[in-house]
Design a protein around this ligand. Structure first.
Ligand code: IPM
Ligand code: MN
Length: 361
């Protein structure tokens, strides 16, 4: 297979973790005889510094002409602490999601046996967790208009807006995913307060007749925030709007053991993008301590979702599992004997290459 991948490493730890994901993709290419060509493009603070624009046109072109996009992270404290900043790195990410039509963000959450002891949650509660969150990514309060400030500057407002069409297209994906899993779909909303949530409920309920095998239930987001850590094994597919999905998946990462472990796929009609759910973690940038596994598993999702390479995807997941099982990982998960970002990437990519060598003799 011959494919072009746009690499948008971004800010903070983005470049470090993305480099490890590329190492792993190269190990897969070598092992299976694929050719992956990479095109680097600027986004976020790095792009603002170079061009003044957090999502330059050249980057958009690279994304549109690539077969898939691998993205690192975005954000820089310089902008976080300046409420008057006119451009922000995050605008690059949001513009990219919007312009590329990446409406469905798929975030799988599972527990790792090797990491059960480091979780602040009880082992018997989290062991065996396996659910996936479908987070709507191009609507809701992130994009709704009007937004901004009153003329005197003393009032600020954001609008949460959803259309039926926006709800339907991601709901179909979530129902289909549920059909191929344990056939349970939970819509997380705030229908007791928000009009948009009531439209979500109504729309999803209507669609459910097309998926008779899937059991649909509804949960208010505040209750879901509690249930996700109280009884995570109750969930199979979670469907939710943009902001709720952002918040509950950071929360859910505690079940896995670290925010640094969770990958995601952002799916659109023409493009698909793969990114760890963590941010740019500026405090760790350049120190070689960032966990590359979220980025590596995002590369695995890229192989499965964008190129339909299921076996290759599974091999990466197995290699990650094996590393964790022998206690090989960064300090966020193994504080006493943390390995560096690149050691973890080397270990996982080497184990993929070596496994093939052993199998082929
Ligand atoms: C994420 C991030 C982004 C979001 C930020 C960086 C804008 O937190 O991908 O989850 O809120 O969507
Ligand atoms: Mn987030």
């Amino acid at each position: 297979m011959n494919k072009n991948i746009a690499i948008l490493a971004g800010d903070g730890i983005g470049p470090e973790v993305t480099a490890e994901a590329v190492k792993v993709l190269d190990a897969i290419a070598e092992t299976f005889g694929h050719q992956f060509q990479y095109t680097d493009a600027l986004i976020g603070a790095a792009a603002i510094n170079a061009t003044g624009n957090p999502f330059p046109e050249a980057t958009e072109e690279s994304c549109k002409s690539a077969d898939a996009i691998l993205f690192g992270a975005i954000g820089d404290p310089k902008y976080d602490n300046d409420p008057n900043a006119k451009v922000r790195p995050e605008q690059g990410l949001l513009k990219m999601r919007k312009n590329l039509g990446l409406f469905a963000n798929v975030r799988p959450v599972s527990s790792y046996d090797a990491l059960l002891p480091i979780s602040p949650l009880k082992e018997h509660i989290i062991k065996g967790t396996d659910f996936v969150v479908f987070r709507e990514l191009t609507g809701g309060i992130y994009f709704g208009e009007p937004r901004g400030r009153s003329e005197d500057g003393n009032t600020a407002f954001d609008s949460c807006v959803y259309s039926k069409t926006e709800i339907e297209r991601i709901s179909h994906l979530a129902f289909k995913a549920a059909e191929n899993r344990r056939k349970k779909l939970t819509l997380v909303d705030k229908a007791n307060v928000l009009a948009t949530s009531r439209l979500w409920r109504e729309t999803v309920k209507d669609l459910s007749s097309q998926y008779p095998e899937v059991a649909l239930d509804f949960m208010f987001v505040d209750n879901a925030a509690m249930k996700i850590i109280q009884n995570p094994k109750d969930f199979d597919v979670v469907l939710t709007e943009n902001m709720f999905g952002d918040i509950i998946t950071d929360e859910a990462s505690v079940i896995s053991g670290s925010l640094g472990l969770l990958p995601s796929a952002s799916l659109g009609l023409k493009s698909s993008l793969f990114e760890p759910i963590h941010g740019s973690y500026p405090q760790a940038a350049g120190k070689g301590i960032a966990n590359p596994i979220g980025a590596i598993l995002s590369a695995a999702m890229l192989l499965e979702y964008a190129f339909d390479l299921k076996e290759e995807c599974q091999i990466i997941k197995d290699a990650v599992n094996s590393a964790l099982n022998i206690g090989y990982g960064t300090e966020d998960i193994f504080p006493d004997e943390g390995k560096s970002t690149s050691e973890v990437g080397d270990f996982i990519s080497q184990s993929i290459v070596n496994q093939y060598k052993t199998e082929s003799v």
